[in-house]
Ligand binder design. Structure first.
Ligand code: NAP
Length: 264
């Protein structure tokens, strides 16, 4: 179950955090992985640890040429591309009234333009491999719980992640219409213990005017009925499932992995 033998994945923002955990798990179930990230040293280190089935490439998701180079690397090194994980993302953690247009443009560029460009540039390679595979190729977009329900403290982050949620459904329909065998699904993590997860505690503490990071961590924990915060591996398992042939009848769907956060 959930095997990816012989498949090749390109994961954006995979030097660390959720993307790196997905790369690790994919390699362990038989895939080749291209790690694309703006963090060069960390990305090279992650690829080195994962061994010869992992390659690092500099990828700024807002740059169309970088995407072309990353897809070309997958084709040159491993013979094609079966899986795209649009994982790179930014979090600002400030009220919309405190964000400048420059900040918004940076957030929207990474969280939304990056997902669109990755999809656009990878489509031909994914369609080719999809046509040769019984269950098609796969795109997994990392949205958020904030892309499903409103976020009182981060309305702009929520706006970008809501965009990812509906772009996922729209591209699933669009590929179906074009006859491309590319399944597209989104993943919606709750609070996950990564650098970005830590950043949410700091920004929440600042937004509440307390600077009490432990308290904001406790509040986040209390919001997860399952009794713990998430770890990157929780999300990686969902990504691998959606990328695998076991999810062959899923497209345009939203997989919520949030410890019950949005069940209320
Ligand atoms: P993370 O630890 O901050 O890792 C994200 C990676 O993406 C970093 O290496 C980051 O590099 C990279 N990145 C940023 N901008 C990029 C760009 N323009 N091009 C390529 N790579 C770029 O974040 P994470 O927690 O693993 O989050 C991964 C995804 O899950 C994001 O889309 C995030 O919104 C989503 N998510 C996370 C949580 C959570 O609680 N952690 C919850 C819900 C959803 P830099 O360090 O240089 O920015």
């Amino acid at each position: 179950m959930n095997r990816l033998d012989g498949k090749t994945a390109l994961i954006s923002g995979a030097s660390r955090g959720i993307g790196a955990a997905a790369a690790r798990l994919m390699i362990s179930v038989g895939a080749n992985v291209i790690i694309g990230d703006v963090l060069k040293t960390k990305g090279e280190e992650t690829a080195e640890i994962l061994g010869p089935n992992a390659k690092f490439i500099h990828l700024d998701v807002t740059d169309e040429n970088d995407w072309s180079n990353a897809v070309d690397l997958a084709v040159d090194q491993f013979g094609g591309l079966d899986i795209l994980v649009n994982n790179a993302g930014l979090f600002l953690g400030r009220d919309f009234s405190d964000i400048s247009v420059d900040d918004w443009n940076r957030l929207a560029n990474v969280n939304m333009t990056g997902v669109w460009l990755g999809t656009k540039v990878a489509t031909d390679a994914l369609a080719k491999r999809g046509s040769e595979s019984s269950q098609g190729s796969a795109i997994v977009n990392i949205s958020s719980v904030a892309g499903l329900v409103g976020s009182e403290l981060d309305p702009l982050y929520s706006m970008t992640k809501g965009g990812v949620t509906l772009f996922t459904k729209s591209t699933a329909l669009n590929f179906g219409r074009k006859g491309h065998k590319i399944r597209v699904n989104s993943v919606h993590p709750g609070v996950i213990q990564t650098d970005m997860g830590e950043q949410t505690f700091v920004s929440r503490a600042q937004q509440h005017g307390t600077n009490d990071i432990k308290k904001s961590r406790d509040v986040a924990l209390a919001g997860h009925p399952i009794g713990r915060l998430g770890v990157p591996e929780d999300i990686a398992k969902g990504i691998v499932f959606l990328a695998s042939d076991d999810a062959g009848f899923m497209t345009g769907s939203s997989l919520v992995i949030d410890g019950g956060l949005t069940a209320r």
